[in-house]
Design a protein around this ligand. Structure first.
Ligand SMILES: [Ca+2]
Length: 415
């Protein structure tokens, strides 16, 4: 495993496994590409980056691939997505350059899906688009994706309820990929993203035409609202009952042990110099023990973080399903797998978000609350985050456009 220099501007990591060459079955020498994006996940939220959250499948990919310590993004959902898909700065391709969450112009860029499709790839997407919906030309299937499971009837929304199947739709020309049906209470969006990715693989394998695939999986998780199965979330309660001061130190220690952080250069930073957004004053993150004076506050925050951790755990479990299928089908050794987050841990909502409390959605499911709170977000150990994050962008797919299958060039960060 290799790693690269840590920048003080790091907000986002890229955890990659890169394979090429041998092992392909029906493919040409061109690799299949699986691009996985998570939403609002912090830098230290994976096991391979020091977290206590259980992510064995992602950790295994990292162990056999590359972990990046330096990476840039647009610091918010759609700017990062605009850059990721076009290889251009968000200001270059935004419909409204002043918008914090702009949609994607259609007259001055090509997406990676359009480019790969033009070069013979079969293109699929399942997850969150957030680059323009209900506008002809801006939708997922207008921008290069052939089969899409996404938010809203046009599959191009920005997010929905994790439990509500009606918030999502599959668009597949001539219904080549049939719509799934989910029984009452059986739908969970993170599961559904990979359910559809597996359908994509089945569809691809049936074609057996030697064409490589590009699958883009922009998970909505772990973006708020925090919604997760209760039984799994319960397994994290005892961990987070230790409070964010203890967990934060533990993560830092693991990051040092894993070689993510050089302790001679990067101490565990103070957690009090943060704010929810550029328009609110600094809000100090209180010492965990001081919260015990307020009845119910600590248990509520523990539950919130358990839900957040569970949402990441579910991403990992589902990626495990997908990797297993890739291996089973003989495609794994010729598939480039990228894993990245569109920005760091969410800082919106402040420490306790106006006294919102977690609610039990049903007997099996928790979650109507929104953010997990800045106390937990500070676990990411990033030196600076959100409001103070530098507005850089991500050029990897521009590199991919130009350099094809050389895996190690795809992930080069700006440096
Ligand atoms: Ca985001």
């Amino acid at each position: 495993m290799k790693s690269f220099r840590l920048s003080k501007y790091v907000m986002l990591f890229l955890c990659i496994t890169a394979f090429s060459g041998s092992g392909a079955t029906a493919n040409t020498n061109r690799p299949n590409i699986l691009l996985v994006l998570v939403d609002d996940m912090g830098w230290a939220d994976l096991g391979c980056y020091g977290s206590e959250i259980r992510t064995p499948n992602i950790d295994a990919l990292a162990t056999n691939g590359l972990r990046f310590r330096q990476f840039y993004n647009g610091a918010k959902c759609s700017p990062s997505r605009a850059s990721l898909l076009t290889g251009l700065y968000p200001q270059q391709v935004a419909v409204d350059t002043a918008a914090s969450l702009p949609t994607l112009r259609t007259n001055n860029n090509i997406t990676i899906a359009e480019s790969l499709r033009a070069h013979g790839y079969r293109t699929y997407m399942a997850g969150k688009w957030h680059l323009g919906s209900n506008v002809v030309g801006q939708r997922t299937y207008d921008r290069g994706f052939m089969h899409v499971f996404g938010t809203g009837s046009d599959t191009s929304g920005a997010g929905g309820d994790y439990w509500r199947v009606g918030d999502y739709n599959l668009v597949s020309p001539s219904n080549e990929i049939p719509k799934r049906t989910y029984g009452a209470g059986s739908f969970y969006h993170t599961d559904a993203v990979v359910d559809h990715a597996l359908d994509f693989l089945d569809h691809h394998l049936k074609k057996a035409d030697g064409v490589p695939f590009f699958i883009y999986l922009p998970f909505q998780a772990p973006h708020f609202d925090l919604q997760a199965p209760k039984a799994l979330a319960d397994t994290y309660l005892s961990i987070y009952s230790n409070g964010w001061d203890v967990i934060r130190q533990q993560r830092y220690d693991r990051m040092v042990a894993q070689g993510i952080i050089d302790p001679a250069r990067y101490l565990l930073t103070p957690k009090g110099d943060v704010k929810s957004d550029p328009f609110t004053p600094v809000e100090p993150i209180l010492a965990w023990n001081t919260l015990s004076a307020e009845p119910g506050r600590q248990p509520d925050l523990v539950r919130r973080m358990a839900l957040y951790a569970t949402m990441i755990d579910k991403v990992d479990q589902n990626l495990g399903r997908l990797v297993a299928r890739l291996k089973q089908s003989g495609l794994f050794n010729n598939t480039l797998i990228f894993f990245l987050s569109d920005n760091g841990g969410n800082a919106e909502g402040g420490l306790v978000r106006q006294n919102w409390r977690c609610e039990q959605r049903s007997a099996a499911n928790w979650g109507r609350t929104r953010q997990h709170g800045t106390g937990w977000t500070a676990l990411c150990v990033a030196r600076r985050w959100l409001g103070e994050c530098k507005q850089h962008t991500v050029p990897p797919l521009q590199t991919l456009h130009s350099r094809g299958r050389r895996a190690h060039t795809i992930s080069c960060p700006l440096a």
